[in-house]
Design a protein around this ligand. Structure first.
Ligand code: FAD
Length: 285
């Protein structure tokens, strides 16, 4: 089903995000993908609307992303949604890659700019490629029938000087053909509600689906801060700090927080929840 239809339905759309498994040797590939499919099998009872598969930094997982996407479709019979970034690809390469998905019956794609490759401060537009996600959205829209999702940032994208201008750019992505916005993870629902209100006031009328990452280990905290730039509510942070040496307590504090966070989002009428699973069924299931 296309993204537009998924979120039009009155049924809550649960979706899960995974990354292509990391491997030291190519010989491990099938077994690693199978382990991932086993985890996803545990989540299939929640009847996910789709499972999205990330695209590694610099296009490093291009082939594995493709394999995981196809196996989710064939073996689990769940609609996968590949992510794709502008990093390192020319228009011709992009077209070839996305057409391959369409030929395999894939219906949707998450169109992203991507982060600058390691060691590079700023994003450099690839030769004959794209410098911003909106250009990729426009290109996908012009050349395929794929449903298109884009990323949104309730606490502003890290490179952008302010939320209002970031939302203006988000509007540009939607105007170019995006059917849905999936947000970066966040832990303060107030930030999400304000973001949605501002986006709607700017004329963004497509669904804005919250991205949720349940915290299950203390070591996630640093990563969350540096990667997403999102803030943790003070009380939650202090509670996690207090139990930093007790992994079981961290797990239950993190999960209880995620349950309350989702309950509040649902009570406020969100049309879907997108879970960053980190390839494990445990926290989301
Ligand atoms: P854009 O929308 O192009 O924005 C990038 C920056 O440029 C922002 O600061 C924006 O304000 C600014 N900008 C946008 N348009 C303009 C304009 N016209 N003029 C001037 N400035 C502009 N990364 C991966 O590598 N692989 C993944 O699989 C992946 N999956 C993700 C999934 C989700 C749900 C989210 C939220 C993010 C994901 N990312 C992924 C991260 C994403 O690639 C980075 O955050 C990246 O830095 C920005 O991508 P974007 O598509 O939001 O870019």
């Amino acid at each position: 089903m296309k993204l537009k239809e998924i979120y039009k339905s009155s049924k809550l759309a649960i979706s899960f995000e995974v990354f292509p498994p990391k491997m030291k040797e190519i010989a491990e590939k099938e077994q690693k993908i199978q382990s991932l499919l086993d985890e996803l099998g545990l989540l299939s009872r929640y009847n996910p609307a789709f499972i999205s598969v990330t695209y590694g930094a610099g296009g490093s997982t291009q082939e594995t992303t493709f394999d995981v996407v196809l196996q989710i479709k064939e073996k689990l019979n769940i609609q996968p949604m590949p992510h794709f970034t502008c990093v390192g690809s020319t228009r011709t390469e992009i077209l070839e890659y996305i057409k391959k998905f369409e030929e395999q019956g894939i219906e949707n794609i998450l169109a992203l700019r991507g982060d600058p490759p390691k060691g590079q401060e700023q994003f450099v537009k690839p030769k004959d490629g794209f410098g911003y996600a909106y250009e990729l959205v426009k290109f996908i829209k012009a050349h395929t029938d794929l449903g298109i999702g884009v990323a949104g940032y309730p606490e502003c994208h890290q490179e952008c000087p302010g939320l209002d201008i970031d939302i203006q750019y988000l509007k540009q992505k939607v105007d170019c053909g995006a059917d849905v916005v999936i947000t970066q993870l966040f832990y303060d629902n107030k930030r999400y509600f304000e973001f949605v209100e501002k986006a709607q006031a700017k004329g963004i009328i497509v669904p804005i689906i919250p991205g949720i990452l349940p915290i299950t280990t203390y070591s996630q905290l640093d990563k969350i801060g540096s990667m997403s730039g999102c803030a943790l509510p003070q009380e939650f942070k202090e509670n996690l700090e207090k139990h930093r040496d007790n992994p079981e307590a961290i797990k239950s504090i993190g999960l209880e927080f995620a349950i309350n966070q989702c309950s509040e989002l649902l009570a406020n009428g969100v049309r879907g929840l997108h879970f960053f699973t980190l390839n494990k069924a445990f926290a989301t299931g």
